[in-house]
Design a protein around this ligand. Structure first.
Ligand SMILES: *Cc1c(COP(=O)(O)O)cnc(C)c1O
Ligand SMILES: [Zn+2]
Length: 442
């Protein structure tokens, strides 16, 4: 099989560029690029043969195919030589059946795809392995790259720093000062990145890193770089695989810069076009009300997208007012008959807490997605017999302060409905017994 993939303009301008070209935007029109695979070559293998290939590799010890991303290597980055793969065995994350929470909403089949169960605790690992591996190969081939840089709301920088440290490539991260969680700040520090905390918001960091990437030797790792989306795309493939090659009725995903929803769509598209599945799911893109530029555009028929200044939200990783991938996200949502929904701070906090009480441990962004789902169930769009998958984008353990504030009823503007705090007791059996037994109808 002679496979190939290259960059091309998402707006359809002519031209294509090899994946090891330092290029992020179309030179003719300035639009983002996408990775275009030679689908005819991929069709040389039937849908059933691809399923067998992917199933054989799932969680195998045969390096690098045990990675959820590299097990799909032909669909992701066919030009990468195995010796340049920088992997932490990312992907293959579990689907959690949120049975009790789902049933409380009237849904028999609510599943949470735990993309936060990953090396650095978010789905960003899936894209970063592709980007850093490709850069490693570029450096091996003599390209003059000195460092990889990104602007981040926290998780991108954690992933970039880890993969770069693993590969021995310097990394630089620009963060909005005071606007990310403590865990997210310490991750790139621990991995030895050059961490710059800027006195601005994410959109401000993004503007500066784009200029920085025009300097010789600095390679840009933000999701305007489509290599990342190729790795993130594998979440769609995994979901189908985990349901024995069937797609759910709905996939709900929180969105900020809006690259991930485009990646998800690209994954489902390939599954469909290459004959592994026979339909596409519908999508719900969930935004925090405080950072909802796409929701506003959706309500107005998508025609006039306007960037906003995003307000403070517990869902800090999606606090973005000027999303880089907005146009490709809108294309994806139209194609997948998508809905855009928003969640207030109270709605996201309560949805997160409800899911936790049925055994999940959700980050605030997952809370945004769950709250959006609750609203779409109430609106009658998502129906009881349907199978729903919610993409959990990060591990709840990265957002301890959010959890603590919720349970201590200290989230501003939110009256916690299910706070749970420790019972302080003396070292005394009778007191402990009274406290324990008073909690039950005995
Ligand atoms: C990056 C991120 C998102 C948003 O993904 P986009 O591609 O920017 O829409 C959502 N949740 C978490 C936890 C993230 O780190
Ligand atoms: Zn173009």
């Amino acid at each position: 099989m002679s496979l190939s993939a290259s960059f091309r303009c998402t707006a359809g301008c002519p031209g294509s560029w090899p994946l090891d070209t330092v290029i992020y935007q179309c030179p003719a029109c300035g639009e983002l690029l996408e990775v275009n695979h030679d689908m005819e070559a991929l069709k040389q293998q039937s849908g059933d043969e691809w399923k067998a290939t992917f199933d054989r590799r799932w969680m195998t010890r045969q390096w690098p195919y045990g990675s959820g991303v590299w097990g799909k290597k032909e669909w992701v980055q066919p030009h990468l030589r195995d010796e340049n793969v920088v992997s932490t065995a990312e992907g293959g994350s579990n689907l959690f059946w949120a049975e009790r929470y789902g049933k409380s909403l009237g849904l028999d089949e609510l599943w949470i795809k735990n993309c936060g169960n990953s090396h650095t605790g978010s789905f960003k690992d899936l894209g970063m392995t592709v980007l850093v591996s490709t850069v490693k190969q570029m450096i091996a081939d003599g390209k003059p790259i000195k460092a990889i840089a990104c602007a981040s709301t926290g998780d991108t920088s954690a992933a970039l720093a880890a993969y770069c440290a693993s590969a021995g490539i310097p990394s630089v991260v620009l963060l909005p000062k005071g606007k990310i969680s403590t865990a997210q700040l310490v991750q790139p520090l621990a991995n030895g990145a050059k961490v710059c905390a800027l006195d601005t918001d994410f959109d401000g960091c993004m503007a500066i890193v784009q200029k920085l990437a025009m300097e010789q030797g600095i390679y840009l790792a933000n999701s305007m770089n489509s290599l990342r989306l190729e790795g993130q795309k594998t979440v769609a493939i995994e979901i189908a695989q985990q349901f024995d090659w069937d797609v759910p009725d709905w996939v709900v995903i929180p969105g900020g810069n809006l690259g991930n929803v485009a990646a998800l769509g690209a994954g489902f598209d390939m599954l469909f076009e290459l004959g592994l599945v026979t339909r596409r799911p519908r999508l719900i893109l969930a935004q925090a009300q405080q950072a909802n530029p796409l929701y506003r555009a959706y309500k107005a028929g998508y025609d006039n997208f306007e960037a906003i200044t995003a307000g403070a939200t517990e869902a800090s990783a999606i606090r973005i007012g000027n999303p880089v991938s907005v146009r490709r996200a809108i294309r994806t949502l139209k194609k997948f008959d998508g809905i855009v929904e928003q969640a207030s701070e109270a709605e996201l906090a309560e949805a997160s807490a409800s899911a936790d009480r049925s055994g999940a441990y959700t980050c605030p962004h997952t809370g945004v997605a769950l709250a959006a789902l609750e609203k779409q169930v109430a609106a009658g769009n998502v129906q009881p017999g349907q199978r729903v998958v919610v993409i959990s984008t990060a591990n709840g353990l990265k957002f301890t302060q959010f959890k603590i504030r919720y349970h201590e009823s200290r989230i501003e503007g939110v009256t916690s409905k299910h706070p749970n705090t420790p019972v302080d007791l003396p070292n005394d059996y009778e007191a402990v017994k009274r406290a324990v037994l008073s909690g039950f109808d005995l």
